[in-house]
Design a protein around this ligand. Structure first.
Ligand SMILES: [Zn+2]
Length: 217
């Protein structure tokens, strides 16, 4: 028992005594001390702030091993927004690794760009065929749009892995975002793929080559 729960049970006893002395005939409720401990734990849980991008990133992302969120399918587009990754992307691109080195050979600062570019959640791709995971334009200020039925999410239409990363995993999400960012920065070997799925896959391969190790799992 720590000092806080000691204090808490002391207070409980004080008020129980007070209730007894001021209202004769009324039986005060009993508070078993084992319960005050779990009560205090409950209070602590309640004051933990809601998750933000930073907290998610520090825990290594939602994709794998987060039983709390996976349990209820909470990893869907309704709960996990693509802009939650912004901090993790800035950190990666400001860090010293193969991925940031590759981006630094492009035009402009990828880290500066991702820190202010709009990141939005689009509408599901129309039609029965699986559509793009995300898209953007070369213009550095054009938003990056992530699609809720793409591989940014675990319930993607096409269940294909990205490299060996599962759809909806933290690593897959990072690769998707880096691919879009590469359209704005043009690191060496990255090409326009607007009209070809196979060109897009080649580009993703390039991103994997340089960034798979840096994105973590
Ligand atoms: Zn592309």
């Amino acid at each position: 028992m720590n000092w806080l729960s000691s204090l808490f049970s002391a207070l409980v006893q004080f008020f129980a005594g007070w209730a007894q002395s001021t209202t004769p005939g009324l039986t005060p409720p009993t508070f078993p001390t084992t319960d005050t401990r779990s009560l205090w734990d409950g209070v602590q849980d309640a004051v933990i702030p809601p998750m933000s991008g930073g907290i998610i990133d520090e825990s290594g992302g939602f994709g794998q091993g987060n039983s709390l969120l996976e349990a209820g399918g909470g990893d869907s587009a309704a709960n996990y927004k693509p802009w939650y990754l912004r901090d993790a992307l800035i950190r990666l691109l400001r860090g010293k690794n193969d991925c940031s080195d590759w981006f630094n050979h492009g035009t402009g600062s990828a880290a500066d760009l991702i820190s202010h570019v709009p990141i939005v959640l689009g509408n599901p791709n129309p039609g029965p065929l699986p559509g793009a995971d995300a898209d953007t334009e070369p213009n550095p200020n054009a938003p990056i749009t992530v699609y809720p039925d793409g591989r940014f999410y675990p319930n993607s239409d096409n269940q294909l892995p990205i490299g060996d990363f599962k759809p909806g995993s933290h690593a897959a999400r990072m690769i998707i975002m880096l691919h879009e960012l590469a359209h704005k920065v043009s690191p060496p070997g990255f090409t326009d793929d607007a009209f070809s799925t196979s060109d897009s896959e080649k580009n993703t391969k390039k991103v994997m080559e340089h960034c798979a190790a840096a994105v973590g799992r």
